[in-house]
Design a protein around this ligand. Structure first.
Ligand SMILES: [Zn+2]
Length: 355
């Protein structure tokens, strides 16, 4: 009996080891596990949105400028369906990308049975990594919330804000101040964060000048200043120089809205913001070997594509079930090629973090 158990344990170990090394050693120059992970999500960024960025740079500008996507050699594509629908919302999509489990549309950080799911960001914090969330939407919005909250309904903003206080992520930047200091329960959650040692600001103009050691909480609408906010977060994480590295989650949330509203110029603009964010993180990865960047989307919005007139157009005002791109850069990037389900992305990040 004991021998049999040892046999199965041995087989399991071999299988696990092969699975990890098959992923981590696929490319000869990228043999080490990443120390830092930057996980960048473009809300609503499908292939039509990416085509828009590439084509605008290639055709509609006076001079061809390659987009940041030209720098990326490891690419894959991901299916995005949820547990309840072929077409996901950001709650189920964010939960899949954060935790590696499918759930029903509208649900954040819980499986369809209501069990709590743990995100890769929370796991990274438990491993001693520095952690951060930088988003140009409410920090309580479904996509970032999936990385720390567990609620049956994505609009339970007061509860999501409360659950953020249960964690101690190092860098927090996003909108949604009123859910922290103008709450139905009259609690002031800003004070809770200050008591945990955070420096707080509701002004980007102030926060951008900070040169602080404290954890930072910046609650304001960053909008198109997302590239600068990401730079600020990376500057803080770099100064901290945690020997265990860091895990930074970023969302360019505003692509989705342009799809819902079918705004062509808005889409072009927000994809250019996305390109600038990609430049910041890819430049950081170049300057700091050991940094893995994974870029993907929770779903596609608007059924965007390029028309015969060379301009983007939309075919719906809602989300679609289209597959989305996965771009990876740095050590471990080879683990994110081919067709994968969206829940495999955090599973592969987990594998690399434990390597
Ligand atoms: Zn949407």
């Amino acid at each position: 009996m004991k021998t049999q158990r040892r046999f199965f344990l041995c087989i399991f170990t071999v299988v696990a080891f092969v699975a990890i090394t098959a992923c981590a050693n696929a490319s000869s120059q990228d043999q080490t596990a990443p120390r830092n992970i930057i996980y960048l999500i473009g809300d609503g960024m499908g292939y039509g949105q990416v085509s828009t960025l590439i084509m605008e740079n290639a055709v509609n500008k006076e001079k061809y400028e390659p987009s940041q996507i030209n720098r990326i050699k490891h690419m894959g594509m991901a299916t995005t369906y949820s547990a309840s629908s072929k077409v996901t919302d950001s709650a189920a999509g964010g939960t899949a990308l954060a935790t590696g489990e499918k759930t029903n549309n509208g649900t954040v950080g819980l499986n369809p049975q209501g069990d709590t799911l743990t995100s890769v960001l929370v796991e990274a914090a438990a491993m001693g990594k520095s952690t951060g969330i930088v988003v140009n939407t409410a920090i309580l919005d479904a996509t970032p919330a999936a990385f720390y909250a567990h609620v049956p309904q994505r609009k339970l903003w007061d509860e999501i804000a409360m659950q953020l206080t249960h964690h101690s992520f190092d860098v927090l930047m996003g909108d949604g101040l009123m859910f922290f200091n103008e709450r139905e329960d009259s609690l002031n959650l800003i004070e809770v964060f200050k008591n945990k040692g955070y420096t707080f600001s509701d002004s980007w103009e102030e926060a951008k000048t900070w040169d602080i050691e404290d954890r930072m909480l910046v609650l304001t609408d960053i909008k198109y200043l997302l590239p600068q906010a990401v730079e600020k977060a990376l500057e803080w994480l770099d100064r901290k120089d945690n020997p265990n590295g860091f895990f930074l989650m970023i969302e360019q949330a505003r692509i989705d809205g342009k799809g819902h509203n079918n705004e062509v110029q808005g889409l072009v603009f927000e994809m250019e913001v996305m390109d600038q964010v990609m430049k910041v993180v890819l430049d950081y990865a170049d300057a700091h070997p050991g940094t893995l960047v994974v870029i993907t989307a929770d779903h596609e919005t608007g059924g965007a594509n390029i028309g015969y007139d060379g301009r983007p157009f939309f075919s719906t005002k809602g989300h679609t079930g289209s597959v989305v791109p996965v771009f990876a850069y740095g050590p471990g990037a080879e683990c994110f090629t081919g067709l994968m389900d969206n829940i495999e992305i955090p599973a592969r990040l987990r594998q690399l973090m434990s390597y």
